[in-house]
Design a protein around this ligand. Sequence first.
Ligand code: PGA
Length: 246
Amino acid sequence: MNGIKYKLKVIECDTYENLSNHAAMMIVQQIAEKPDSVLGLSTGGTPVGMYRELIKLYRSNHVNFGGVRTFNLDEYVGLAPDHPQSYHQYMYHNLYKHVNLPENQRFIPSGEKKSINSEVNHYEKKIIESGGIDLQILGIGENGHIGFNEPFTPFKQTVHTVKLEESTRRANAKYFSSIEEVPERAITMGIETIMRSKKIVLLISGFKKKHAFQKLMSSQISEEFPASILRLHHDVTVIVERDALF
Ligand code: PGA
């Protein structure tokens, strides 16, 4: 990381469909330029439309995932890969089962409790051994988190486990039958891991992210608002839906 501040490239989209299409096209272009690209992928509500577009583009022969490797940002600690709310299941249903991305080329950190400490080192090492992430897709939390790096996570942090903030658990409770069921911990790429990506695409959708977008564009670079670090990265595109604009 350096001290130079870069301007974030912002693309405003009228609709969620446009945002999704734009993000999918950036991935397609990345793979066209480098068929063995390493992609960093994210989960949550925001990228669902992007995955839908990617599947369409795959079916119409506009993209080939055969040489691609993918690394997901995070996973809940304590959810087995077959748990319906695990990010393993999310990725299977939203992308993997629809496209030709080979099973041995897709990676998600394991949230299994018994091996969580070794997974922290193992996952970071695997990303480095892959040659590093060419294009990382990110979402943003209402509190400014990227991945599951909650406020005050040190910027120098690599893959690690975190205690989720109450606000994060509340935001994700809609996918579980109650907030008590939302795991309290997660394993996530660290900010340092994310910042090493060659390109970053941040997706921001919905009026609930208005404040986060505003802070991203105006706040000091500080661990209190993790996404602010992106202004020290030389190649970040923010694709923002009109609803989230101030
Ligand atoms: P969301 O999550 O897309 O479900 O809003 C984004 C995030 O918390 O990073």
